[in-house]
Design a protein around this ligand. Sequence first.
Ligand code: AMP
Length: 220
Amino acid sequence: MIGAPGAGKGVYAQYFKDKYCIPHISTGDIFRGEIAAGTELGLKIKPYVEQGLLVPDEIVIEVIKKRIQQPDAQKGFILDGFPRTLNQARALDEITVIDAAIHFRVSEDIAVRRLSGRMICPVCGRIYNIYYEPKPKNDEQCDYDGAKLVRRRDDEPDVVRQRYRVFYETFKPVLDYYKGSKRLIEVNADKSIGEIVPLLERILIEDNILTLKPCREVTL
Ligand code: AMP
C-alpha cells in the first residue's frame, strides 16, 4: 500500500490485517519504534524521520529484508509506506514476490487536514482521527486497550506539507514501475473509508490477488 502521508494507507492496512490476519508491515512504525527504543538504528534515522525526509534506501531495504524473513510473513504480508523510491521497488522485487501495488492518491489539502486530526494508540498502533472516521469511541482513548492516544511529531502541518512534497518528488518513477509491470491499482483516497474498502476488496478478490478467507468480522 503506497501513497502520500494522509492517504489513509495505514488505516486500510490495519483493516486488512484485522479481517484477513495478514501481517501489516509499516516502515514508518518500525522506524518510530527504533527511535523510541533509542537503538543504534533509531539514532541514525531520527533526523530524517523528524524532518519528514526519506531515510536512505540502503537502510530501509535492509530493515524490510529482515522483517519479511520473519515466520509470520511467510504466507504473505501487507507493506505500508514501502517502497517509496524506484531503488526500493527494484530491491523489493529481488527479495520477494509483490502481487499488487495499491496507490492511494490523495490531494495535499485533504492530507494536511486528515493528519492534523490523527491520533495513534502507542500500545497497539491503531489509528484514529478526531475529524473523520474511525473516531475513537471514548474521548481520546484506544477502543481496544484503553491507552491514551498520542499525536505524531511529524503530523504538524508544515512537516506534513514537506513530507507530501518529498513523497511525490521521488514517487513518480515508482508508479511508472508498477504500471509497467501491470501491478498498479489506483484508488481515489480523497473518498471516505466506507466507500473505498468495499471497492478495494472487490478489486483484490476479483483479480485473485486476495486468496485468503476472512479470519474475523471487522466493522468499518
Ligand atoms: P510514514 O509513517 O510512512 O509516513 O513514515 C514516517 C517517516 O519514516 C517518513 O517521513 C520517512 O522519514 C520515514 N520512512 C518511512 N518509510 C520510508 C521509506 N520507504 N523510505 C524512506 N523513508 C521512509
